[in-house]
Design a protein around this ligand. Structure first.
Ligand SMILES: [Zn+2]
Ligand SMILES: [Zn+2]
Length: 410
């Protein structure tokens, strides 16, 4: 698909697009600057410094050091408040800043200069989009009433920067009425926007279990409790939770991604370790999988005379979009995309995101911005050592945010 951003819609008479297009070289420069200096969660010092220096230079009020490396910028509009809306609204825009522990395999001039660390999820792009949105809004304060808060968040890839930022009060003073955010998305082609009401991304839970059996000689199993046999039954049994316990209309995943045991072919292993992940959309499942997994592990261990140690973490809740704010984002997206097919309504993924904590706290909408361009070999999946995206999407992201601000803060 050809990017609409390069080919403005004929009926679009807005002045927004040309002024954002003029910022495209800056957007690319900043994104590449950040791409060369990727930092892991809660270590985003250079990134935060870069963001803060720009905001400072533009005279944008902001607070640094929130949840270690997070930043919140506040931009007041000067447009007279419309008679029809009850109060001056506050809209928050969220961008994540962290990178991943991956060695970049791309041979590009802007490749990562930090060994073993890479922006392989596009958060460099998110930061550049949010920064450019801040710049644009600070230069066009007369186009919106109310307040825009731009939240630069650390550690989305784990252990999670959204929750500590909320606890630090970023959604208060002034109280945020709604929040929006985007993810550059290589699962969608450039020029598309994925917007969905309700669940967009899944809850993420993690478990680690050690089976404690009794070791011994491989030829004398009757003297032992074989932790491998117990673990194998547990792995198989856990698959029945989704297959036999969950309503087939619902979506859920239980994956055992790691299983380790044993030292030699003729030794019965006394312990086996496994770890896995659980995903689901329906918030009603919170607490269910952890309980069911433990029931199965306990039952199987008991029947074999083994015992177990289980740790279970609820990392991120599902990403649930508010109907009204999703409508707003959808209407903005339909103005931007070239054809109705550019607006993708069914774009759920079992991937997770800690944007979910913001969406639990205030109504909002998280959306996907298509960024793949196979013709330019820019279609590798997120978290791949050759991940990269079409930078044309950056301007489209700024336009999405700016138009949402103008429509919400009126
Ligand atoms: Zn990621
Ligand atoms: Zn990401």
């Amino acid at each position: 698909m050809v990017s609409t951003f390069l080919n403005p819609h004929p009926v679009d008479s807005s002045r927004i697009r040309p002024s954002i297009q003029a910022l495209q070289p800056q957007l690319v420069e900043w994104r590449r600057h950040l791409h060369q200096r990727p930092e892991l969660g809660f270590q985003e010092q250079l990134t935060a410094e870069f963001v803060s220096q720009k905001l400072q230079a533009w005279g944008i009020e902001h607070q640094t050091g929130i949840a270690k490396t997070g930043i919140v910028a506040t931009i007041e509009g000067t447009k007279p408040h419309s008679e029809t809306s009850e109060k001056r609204k506050v809209l928050a825009i969220r961008a994540d800043m962290d990178a991943l522990p991956i060695q970049e395999a791309n041979e590009v001039p802007y490749r990562s200069q930090h060994d073993g660390v890479m922006h392989a999820c596009g958060h460099d792009g998110h930061t550049a989009i949010a920064l450019t949105t801040a710049y644009y809004l600070s230069q066009h304060r007369d186009t919106f009433a109310g307040t825009v808060k731009i939240i630069f968040q650390p550690a989305e890839e784990g252990p999670g920067g959204a929750k500590p930022m909320i606890e630090a009060g970023v959604l208060q003073h002034p109280q945020v009425d709604a929040i929006i955010g985007l993810h550059l998305w290589n699962n969608l082609p450039l020029g598309t926007v994925g917007v969905r009401t309700g669940a967009l991304m899944a809850a993420v839970e993690l478990f680690r279990c050690t089976i404690l059996g009794k070791g011994g000689h491989g030829a004398m199993p009757h003297q032992t409790v074989d932790s491998i046999v117990v673990a194998a039954q547990i792995v198989t049994a856990l698959q029945t939770i989704v297959a036999r316990n969950v309503d087939p209309i619902e979506s859920a995943v239980v994956t055992v991604g790691k299983l380790q045991a044993g030292t030699a072919h003729n030794v019965i292993a006394d312990t086996a370790q496994m770890s896995g992940t659980v995903r689901y959309f329906n918030p009603a499942f919170q607490g269910y999988f952890g309980k069911r997994i433990e029931q199965m592990i306990a039952g199987i261990c008991q029947s074999h005379g083994a015992s177990y140690e289980l740790d279970y973490w609820h990392l991120y809740p599902p990403v649930i979009n508010d109907a009204k704010i999703a409508d707003l984002v959808r209407s903005v997206a339909s103005d931007i995309v070239e054809t109705p097919a550019g607006l993708v309504p069914e774009c759920q993924t079992m991937g997770g995101e800690d944007m979910s904590f913001f969406l639990q706290a205030v109504p909002g909408c998280y959306f996907f911005l298509g960024s793949a361009n196979p013709e330019k070999d820019l279609a590798y999946p997120h978290h791949h050592p050759r991940f990269d995206f079409d930078e044309t999407a950056l301007g489209m992201g700024v336009e999405m945010f700016v138009r949402c601000v103008e429509r919400f803060c009126c």
